[in-house]
Ligand binder design. Structure first.
Ligand code: PYC
Length: 404
């Protein structure tokens, strides 16, 4: 690993891999690092190795849209993400790392009567759970976001929106570095450039991990590998009901502060926000074909620009600066899969589709509790892999991303 991946004030270069760890976490993204941090601070478990085949934050944690919100459609999802938002609100102080979390509000625009019905249902579920979320009409949309075009001269005029005031954006790299710094300070070893090549599974139990730098034994193994979850879990003989797709996004050149709300359009399948650097971050729905390729496409750029310019015609001459893709592991009910598998000691944290980053803190807290106590916390009970065998799905399609 090159020195740029180690900043001595944040991350120490670890020694060689030891022969044994109490816990091995595969994947150095926000979830894996958060789990290591909460294992240390909540349970005193520090004999932990995090194995990352690339560099920390190189996967979904560094390729998402940085949106934090809890306005989910199902009671299970809403309760879970509410706890995540609460943890994010105090994360800068907890990790002593400036995350630049700006909570200026999140709009899910409705362009049809049907969409208003869906947003009203979401608002009702949210209200019952104490989440600040309500449906507003187009005049209030304009009042809260004067820059948006509420005219009739567009393909889908705005009729209203689900407004979620606590929704915000955060500096995603800082989340990764903050968890890495504090987990590392408490004894967790973060090994970058270490690729997992197999697992030692015997008689239905995991005993260790095979890597490109030797084999190690482990008490518990957690796979927190986002878009790579299917091939990684397959190495342990665990099939997962996931499809891999890509989500593309781009940022424009920076412009003066102009938009402080996050705007999602349920009908047009697009979203946009303005980053603290002044760039417009714009994206669309996941691509409708399964792939592991990380190549961006021109049709996506054309689609996203066409729709975003209907909402913000002022951006017509703004240049695109960079464009990227992220791998999304979509589950059949659009809810995550968290916890135990049929292989004893082998846990998974996957099925996050396009909404994993916003769940990092609460996933870390609950997985750390499961690893430390052997008991599944109530908050993640609905998200067990078993639900696909028991037919207890948690259908989050209506609020999962930009797909409705
Ligand atoms: O879940 O908020 C979300 C989201 C926006 C873009 C992709 N996912």
């Amino acid at each position: 690993m090159k020195d740029i991946f180690f900043r001595k004030e944040i991350l120490k270069r670890p020694g060689p891999l030891k022969k044994h760890y109490d816990v091995v976490i595969v994947g150095g993204g926000s979830h894996g690092l958060a789990t290591a941090y909460y294992l240390a601070i909540h349970h005193g478990i520090t004999d932990v190795a995090i194995l990352e085949k690339n560099y920390i934050g190189s996967g979904a944690a560094g390729r998402n849209t940085t949106i934090i919100r809890s306005n989910y459609r199902t009671p299970e999802g809403a309760a879970f993400y509410t706890q995540s938002v609460k943890l994010y609100e105090k994360l800068s102080a907890d990790l002593d790392f400036n995350m630049m979390f700006s909570q200026h509000g999140h709009f899910t625009l409705a362009h049809s009567d049907r969409s208003l019905v869906v947003q009203n249902e979401r608002a009702e579920v949210n209200k019952l759970l104490g989440i600040d979320s309500r449906v507003i009409d187009r005049q209030e949309v304009k009042k809260l976001c004067p820059q948006i075009n509420i005219g009739e001269d567009v393909t889908w005029p705005i009729q209203g929106a689900l407004y979620h005031p606590p929704g915000g954006i955060i500096r995603h790299d800082a989340v990764v570095w903050g968890y890495a710094k504090q987990a590392g300070r408490r004894g967790a070893e973060i090994h970058q450039g270490v690729e997992v090549t197999g697992f030692d599974v015997r008689n239905g139990k995991v005993y260790g991990v095979k890597t490109n730098q030797g084999d190690i034994s482990a008490g518990v193994v957690l796979s927190a590998t986002a878009g790579w979850s299917t091939p990684v879990a397959a190495l342990a003989g665990v099939p997962l009901p996931l499809t891999g797709s890509i989500l593309q996004a781009f940022v424009t050149e920076p412009v003066k502060p102009f938009l402080d709300k996050i705007i999602v359009s349920a009908q047009m399948h697009i979203y946009c926000s303005q980053t603290d650097r002044g760039e417009f971050l714009i994206g669309a729905e996941v691509e409708p074909y399964p792939t592991y390729s990380n190549k961006g496409t021109f049709p996506f750029i054309e689609y996203a620009c066409r729709h975003i310019l209907e909402l913000f015609p002022q951006l017509h001459a703004t240049k695109i600066l960079r464009h990227w893709t992220g791998l999304c592991d979509m589950s059949p009910d659009y809810s995550p899969i968290i916890g135990e598998t049929e292989v004893d000691g082998f846990l998974v944290d996957c099925g996050w589709g396009t909404y994993g980053f916003k769940a990092a803190p609460i996933t870390g807290v609950t997985l750390a509790e499961l690893i430390a106590t052997g008991k599944t916390p109530k908050l993640i009970e609905p998200f067990k892999l078993e639900r696909f065998y028991d037919d207890n799905l948690v259908s989050e399609l209506a609020a999962a991303a930009v797909s409705h």
